[in-house]
Design a protein around this ligand. Structure first.
Ligand code: AP5
Ligand code: MG
Ligand code: ZN
Length: 216
């Protein structure tokens, strides 16, 4: 299965990605996670990405496209992949089409998770992530049973630098201006499935599985 997860900041892409990759046995490729890993490791790429991410802006297309192209050529992507947070501009989507064409493969579906703008800020600001295993929680909607400690692995929970109200608001605006046009782009390619992301996490997952034509 070759899939893209599309949706605004806080829509639940990362949350659903964990369940999707487990069910279909495909790698999860999140460009945001790749950048955050590079920031943590102090690489040149990390330094460059951080200057954009902290402002809620997109990292330049040419930087992102090269990273994703290299990643898709790795062996573990042979039987499929899930792209989370890429593409994010029409330029990136066109570049991806070209990369896939050269690899003689094509996308199966683009899953568009829809959530009202008013809900998104609260989702992002309340998010907490495990430093150790990367599990995502929400202080209200999906809390760890152990407070500030991950109930999956005992790791410490932290808040992303870009999850403050001001930056999240900017990220939502950037999504509307630069990424939302991809809904029409993939609709024209007849790849788009739209999912209501304002339901319980498990219910959203079930809707995604059904939309992909799979058994629950
Ligand atoms: P990225 O890391 O991709 O962030 P994003 O797109 O802003 O999306 P988020 O990760 O914030 O939200 P999500 O949809 O994954 O939500 P989650 O599942 O965590 O990108 C960060 C930055 O990197 C960008 O701003 C940009 O600078 C750069 N970047 C990345 N890719 C790029 C690209 N291709 N081009 C250029 N720049 C790029 O859920 C959110 C919260 O809600 C959690 O707390 C969760 O527990 C909770 N939640 C989830 N689902 C539900 C539900 N159904 N009900 C209630 N709560 C829920
Ligand atoms: Mg995410
Ligand atoms: Zn953990």
């Amino acid at each position: 299965m070759r899939l893209i997860l599309l949706g605004p900041p806080g829509a639940g892409k990362g949350t659903q990605a964990s369940a999707i990759v487990e069910k279909y046995g495909i790698p999860h490729i999140s460009t945001g996670d790749i950048f955050r890993y590079n920031i943590k490791e102090g690489t040149e790429l990390g330094k460059k990405a951080k200057s954009y991410m902290d402002k809620g802006l997109l990292v330049p297309d040419e930087v992102v496209v090269e990273i994703v192209e290299d990643r898709l050529k790795k062996d573990d992507c042979k039987d499929g992949f899930l792209l989370d947070g890429f593409p994010r501009t029409v330029v990136q989507a066109e570049a991806l089409d070209e990369v896939l064409k050269n690899m003689d493969i094509s996308l199966d579906k683009v899953i568009n998770i829809e959530v009202d703008k008013e809900i998104l800020v609260g989702r992002a600001v309340g998010r907490r992530i495990c430093k150790n295993c990367g599990a995502t929680f929400h202080i209200k909607h999906n809390p760890s049973t152990k407070g500030d400690i991950c109930d999956k692995c005992g790791g410490e929970l932290y808040q992303r630098d870009d999850d403050n109200e001001e930056t999240v608001t900017k990220r939502i605006q950037v999504y509307l201006d630069q990424t939302a046009p991809l809904i029409e782009y993939y609709n024209k390619q007849d790849k788009l499935v739209t999912i209501d992301g304002d339901k319980e996490i498990n219910k959203v997952f079930k809707d995604i599985v059904v939309s992909l034509g799979s058994d629950l």
